[in-house]
Write a new protein. Sequence first.
Lengths: 182, 282
Amino acid sequence: MDEKNLQNRFYDTPYGRKILKCIQCGTCSASCPLTGLMEHGPREIFALIRDGDMEPALRSETPWYCVSCYQCIARCPQEIPVIDLMYCLKRMSIEYDLVPDSHKIPDLYRAFSQVVGHHGRISEAMVMAHYGMLHPLDALKNISVALELLKRKRLEILPQQIIGRRWVAQLSDREKVRKYIK
Amino acid sequence: MKYGFFPGCSYSSAAGYRESIDAINRLFGIQLVEIPDWNCCGATALFSLNEFKALALTGRLFALSQASGFREIVTVCNACYTTLRKANQILSNNPEIVSKINEDLSKEGLSLEGEFSVRHYLDVLYNDVPEETWSENLTERLKDYEVACYYGCQFTRPWGDIDHMEQPTILDRFIERLGFLPVDHSARTICCGASHAISYAKECRLLISRIIREVRAKGGRVITTICPLCQFNLDSGQKGISNPIPVPFFTQLAGLALGINASELGLDKLLVPINRILSRKL
Ligand code: SF4
Ligand code: SF4
Ligand code: SF4
Ligand code: SF4
């Protein structure tokens, strides 16, 4: 893996160079609700990238723990778009096949995306059905809630189908377009 | 008052959200016109996997809205609200992407151009329905009932234009206008863990219980929310704890304050029951 090359790839993404302004104050990591689960907080991830340690940054579970809550962004003194950088790391880790196997969120997002691709909309039950094939324990844990919802006529199994679902399904994976984004 | 409406995927199964919004709309003559054939906005999941798809999905929504004559889109979910606003911002600064998306959209006979404004239904009720209309229609019966407002994390962020990013008050002001007593607390915008609650349930329970504990300590008797996922996580996340706090939508509380019959507000769909508490007051 050519670390230098990866670092440049990262810097060339729309917000990549913003991390050069990071003053390593740690406000983001201290504010993040998921920080307790992360091996490296956002601050450390940016330090890794600046040091050129791209593989550990891309293999890290941190971006997958990020729930886009914007807490870090609300407080960062340097106005660094942490979430957009996390999105970027996630997409790069997919591109370079470095998605951490141990993490469950990539499977959850893929399940979500598959259901959107098939139907155009999601139902929680259908996302769970796709995801549950890979993580049956998580699905089982949710059965009691599902029954509660069923009792209250709130469980929708099939997503509503939209007319444009074929259009949605054909959306090709055009990662290249990313370079246009300013 | 007529708006384009993007309900989002969680709307129809949410606990009485639709029922209460329909009831308020009937009373005030607000028309929410559903964008025909809308698709899921993709939210964090799609932005994490494939940015073009994420933008094309939201682009299609805007194009559909444009085709039905609406430049103003009302949402009822925090994730939809922020996702659409974010996409709107990216698209309006990147004409190259819009033309790529338009190439694809032309297959559906759609095209996307110009600006859109994305709003939350809370904003509509608070700012577009005049204060006098509210006061003329309110009943007194829930006066001074202690309500904790939970905004979730994505409503005010990242722009902070509708209200303060960390300590917003618009929902508190709304609740106060209805006659309730908003309680001051510090969990207004603390994240509940979103869809991570599926995969990392135990960890997210900690986030949720932190919110519940704070509200309880500050004397909130119900927690009101403005987003189906916030509502679901706080409601289902209290399973097994003693004296759980009911989590009605802000529209259900508004309905009660307006004297709309509880049975029309879908209150029986909440997981933590609210009726017992209300009947003491009603
Ligand atoms: S809060 Fe901002 S400046 Fe501080 S460490 Fe995080 S990203 Fe860097
Ligand atoms: S947006 Fe992501 S990184 Fe920032 S505080 Fe929230 S979860 Fe943590
Ligand atoms: S963000 Fe959630 S509710 Fe909104 S459209 Fe997407 S899946 Fe549906
Ligand atoms: S609090 Fe949870 S559900 Fe609500 S907006 Fe934030 S992440 Fe989404």
